[in-house]
Design a protein around this ligand. Structure first.
Ligand code: CP
Length: 329
């Protein structure tokens, strides 16, 4: 099975079938158990992954860097200012050269309207897998960890599991659309019952919404859109309230911030959690804007699984690298 994955880019989960996503998840679970037992997994001995980060990161960088080390390989942490990209070298030339020196190129490039295009240009010229560490459209590493976390709580058949994905207020930075977009795309493929809530004007990309609806129709999922945050919590099994930038609300960062400030009441608090089912879980990709997106009582409370979700970033990242960069011995 691993040879079927070997050499493939990992830019969006849409490029992989449901069965292939399940293989990533099975391998991630196996790696999680081996990690727990301190059992060595030298599946990528002496292999190198080049990580190019245009944006800051805690979970993604460290799950890739620790993950490749645990698989017997090594990661180079690179930023554009330390590469000739800063002097205008093209993504194509960078891809051609790095792919002759190592075994994968992993990139985070979240700038709206540019990040995914940069990854696609790199992938078109790379001889080795290009791994998406988050762009402006997709965050496939995050959503694999999310679905793994949900399966740990609700089992492998997620048909009809009710998930509320909601916009939430934040001030720290303009968060990309890529997390909620990847979630509605993939959760729909698992037949989940999705309620997507956001204030008017804070839409996700129309192309992604159309693709997600197609996924839902094909896999028996359901997508409901509302502008009432409470509706995302009503009898939900899983809630994922998280900010994203209103890139369709205004054309400048200042305009988006002004629109965002109108919705300070979009916070995940104990009142809203009481609307969910008793067994419901609270998820967030992190970092969270505490006191704005979510209260401390919720994120530190008994329904929160945010640290399990963050830990699963390690196991799923290792599965993606192990399968695309060489497979198992
Ligand atoms: N969730 C996530 O991608 O975290 P980082 O931005 O810290 O990598």
């Amino acid at each position: 099975m691993s040879s079927f994955f070997r050499g493939r880019h990992f830019i969006t989960c849409q490029d992989y079938t449901r069965d292939e996503i399940d293989v990533f998840l099975d391998v991630a679970r196996e790696l999680k158990l081996k990690f727990a037992h301190d059992e060595p997994t030298p599946w990528l001995l002496y292999k190198t992954v080049f990580m190019i980060f245009y944006d800051s990161s805690t979970r993604t960088r460290n799950s890739i860097e620790a993950g490749i080390t645990q698989l017997g390989g090594h990661a180079h942490f690179l930023t554009p200012d330390k590469l000739q990209l800063s002097h205008g070298e093209t993504p194509e030339d960078t891809a051609e050269v790095l792919s002759r020196l190592g075994h994968a190129i992993a990139i985070r490039a979240c700038e709206y309207g540019k990040g995914n295009e940069y990854l696609r240009r790199t992938a078109a010229r790379s001889r080795v897998p290009v791994l998406n560490l988050q762009d402006d459209v997709y965050h496939p590493m995050q959503v694999l960890a999310d679905i793994m976390t949900i399966r740990e709580r609700f089992g492998t058949d997620l048909h009809g599991v009710k998930v509320g994905i909601s916009w939430a207020y934040a001030e720290s930075h303009l968060k990309p659309l890529s997390v909620p977009q990847s979630q509605i795309l993939l959760f729909a493929r698992y037949g989940m019952d999705i309620t997507l809530a956001y204030p008017e004007k804070f839409d996700l990309s129309p192309e992604i919404m159309a693709q997600a609806r197609e996924n839902a129709a094909h896999h028996g999922g359901k997508i409901t859109v509302t502008h009432d945050m409470d509706e995302a919590f009503d009898k939900a099994d899983v809630v994922i309230p998280k900010n994203w930038g209103g890139f369709f609300a205004a054309s400048t960062p200042e305009g988006i911030v002004a629109e965002t400030k109108k919705h300070r009441d979009w916070i995940c608090d104990e009142r809203r959690m009481k609307l969910t089912r008793r067994h419901a879980i609270y998820m967030h990709a992190l970092p969270a804007d505490r006191g704005k997106e979510v209260t401390d009582a919720v994120i530190d409370g008994p329904q929160s699984v945010v640290y399990d979700e963050a830990e699963n970033r390690l196991h799923t990242a290792k599965a993606v690298m192990a399968l695309t960069m060489g497979g198992r011995p």
